[in-house]
Design a protein around this ligand. Sequence first.
Ligand code: GDP
Length: 182
Amino acid sequence: MVDSFDEECDYLFKAVLTGDSAVGKSNLLSRFARDEFQLDSKPTIGVEFAYRNVKVGEKLIKAQIWDTAGQERFRAITSSYYRGALGALLVYDITRRATFENVKKWLRELRDFGNPDMVVVLVGNKSDLSSSREVDLAEGKSFAEAEDLCFMETSALENLNVEEAFLEMITKIHEITSQKSL
Ligand code: GDP
């Protein structure tokens, strides 16, 4: 599914990662973009992004995915972070209930600053830590259904469902943008 970086692409679009600090956003992105996991990763301050090319049907899509890179700690995410984004992975940590409670706040921010058609995938990360689970799978799922979001539990550590979560978002964005351009 991955093509070389330099290949001509049919579409380029921006997507963002959002959610509380330390839920695993950077590691999800490095898994998806570079197939890496960083133990004890330290957030750098500033915005970072990574690209990956993905084939959807006949089309080659270049996804530019932005990471908050620690800014959320200072509540300094501005509208420019969300501007032009067609998709978002809204991440919480299944072992920290507060990060799930804060999903509502992040969703409001996405809806206030983001594109109204933005595809949002709610992601419950750290599914490998099931013995410390504080948020049931069913809770995540029913919240996502009520808010009309896609939903997935992932483990960046064990590389479970990471590819699937990003691909779900990218495929949905492609469906929406190609319908619009008909
Ligand atoms: P961010 O602040 O949301 O970008 O979170 P990071 O990607 O920096 O991760 C925060 C901490 O959680 C780091 O110590 C990671 O090693 C750890 N972490 C991230 N994803 C997972 C996961 O899926 N499972 C486990 N067990 N730890 C994870």
